[in-house]
Every structure is written in C-alpha cells, then in structure tokens.
Design a protein around this ligand. Structure first.
Ligand code: A5P
Length: 236
C-alpha cells in the first residue's frame, strides 16, 4: 500500500508539470508529493527550462537549491504565476486542509500571491468532509497555552501541541508553534476558517478555502484533474 501511495504521488507530480511554462515564477510546495514536483522541475531546469522559484519551506528551498533551481524571494517578486503544492485533505469544493508538514503559514502566503494554485495529491487525500486529520493551527509562542483553551471553545475535542522527534515543541520556519486541533467533521469550513483568522495569536491555520484552482490526483495508474468547473481524467 505504501509503495502504491508513492507511485500515485509521483504520477500526480508528473501530471502537474503541464501547468508550468518557460519564464514563469513558480511557487514550490512542501511535503513528499511537492518534493517529487521539485525533483522533476530540477530535471527540466537542467534541460533548459527558465523559471524562478519561491519556496514554502526551508526544506523545499534546500532541495531546490541542491538541484540547481533558481530561487527568488518576495524582495524581488510580488506575483507568482503558478504554485504547485501538496495537501493533507481536499473536498469536492477544492477546499483543503494543509499543514501536517508544518509549513502552513508560508504555504498560505505563497498561495495567496499565486495566480494559480495547483494541488498534487495521492488518492488518500480525497475526502467528502474535511476534518479526518486534526487541523494544524500555527500560533504565537506567547499565546499557545491560552489558545489551547480557545480552540476547545471553538469546538475542538482535543488540542495537542505538536512535538518534534525529540519530544520538544515543534517550531515552524517562522519561529511559531503548532496546535493540532481535532474539530471532527468540519461541516462549515468557511465559518471555522473565519473564526480562527479572527482569533488574536492565531498566525495561520490549515484551512485553505477557495484558494485551489485545480487538484491533480492520482489513483492507481489513473490521473484525475479536479477544477470547480469539471473533472477530467487522463493518462500521463
Ligand atoms: C506541509 O505543511 C503540508 O501542507 C503538505 O503540503 C501536506 O502535508 C502534504 O504532504 P505530503 O505530500 O507529504 O502528503
């Protein structure tokens, strides 16, 4: 099963490259599926593709640099042509949960500056209702204990401070902490997203509402492309 998932991730990554054109500014996502995209982009850059990239995490940036992909920043660029990123869940409205890898704040900033956001996913990411995994919420260090209680008031049945492999509090690239909040099935993601965004001390949350333009999902050997207008299936 694990190998099947990896194959799906690779297939989705390959299919997503059709969204990238010569001369573009490209947003690089984070996580294992986005890493396949970055590796493929590295091959294309070696073969002459001219792109400049903005990364959603230090890990992606280091990978891209190691492959010779030109990196730029918001100091030089204020609009990204296309970003290709992974997701933890997507629903039929192309609303997403992201952030299991901890890069949610930078991912949302990059997505918000992108003319097009393309999500690459294996088939395990498709859900009918968001909320199968706890929702990552990035919070200020100062407020995290206060916000643990606040998340309960907003409906979370459990709130866990994310920890790293050593058991220490996980610190994001931006220097913040993450609360993983189990809201159960999120029947009204728009309302929850608004409540979270309106909470002082919450610096980002993993609900990406109305941001994705397309989801490229591989299931077995088939690739599906979802947009709000249509669902296409094609072979790569
Ligand atoms: C990173 O913070 C996440 O949003 C990832 O994009 C998401 O967790 C998907 O990762 P995988 O492609 O590794 O499943």
């Amino acid at each position: 099963m694990h190998d099947d998932r990896e194959e799906e991730k690779k297939l989705a990554a390959l299919a997503s490259l059709k969204f990238v054109e010569d001369g573009q500014v490209v947003g690089l996502g984070s996580g294992s599926t986005a890493a396949y995209v970055i590796q493929l982009l590295g091959e294309h850059v070696r073969n002459g593709l001219k792109i400049r990239c903005i990364s959603t995490s230090l890990a992606s940036q280091n990978l891209a640099k190691s492959l010779g992909i030109p990196i730029t920043t918001f100091d030089d660029v204020h609009e990204i042509d296309v970003t290709i990123d992974g997701a933890d869940e997507f629903d039929s409205n192309l609303n997403l949960i992201k952030g299991k890898g901890g890069a949610l704040l930078r991912e949302k900033i990059v997505a918000s500056a992108s003319c097009k956001l393309v999500i690459v996913a294996d088939s395990s990411k498709q859900v009918s209702v968001l909320g199968r995994i706890p929702l990552p919420v990035e919070v200020s260090r100062f407020a995290h204990a206060l916000l643990t209680g606040k998340m309960g008031e907003l409906g979370a049945s459990s709130v866990d401070l994310r920890r790293d492999a050593k058991g220490d509090a996980y610190v994001t690239d931006e220097g913040h902490l993450i609360l993983d909040c189990d809201f159960g099935r999120i029947s009204d993601p728009v309302a929850l997203a608004r409540q979270l965004s309106d909470t002082p001390g919450v610096l980002g949350h993993g609900l990406f509402i109305g941001m994705a333009d397309a989801v490229v999902m591989a299931k077995g050997h088939e690739v599906f492309e979802f947009t709000l207008q249509a669902q296409k299936k094609y072979a790569v």
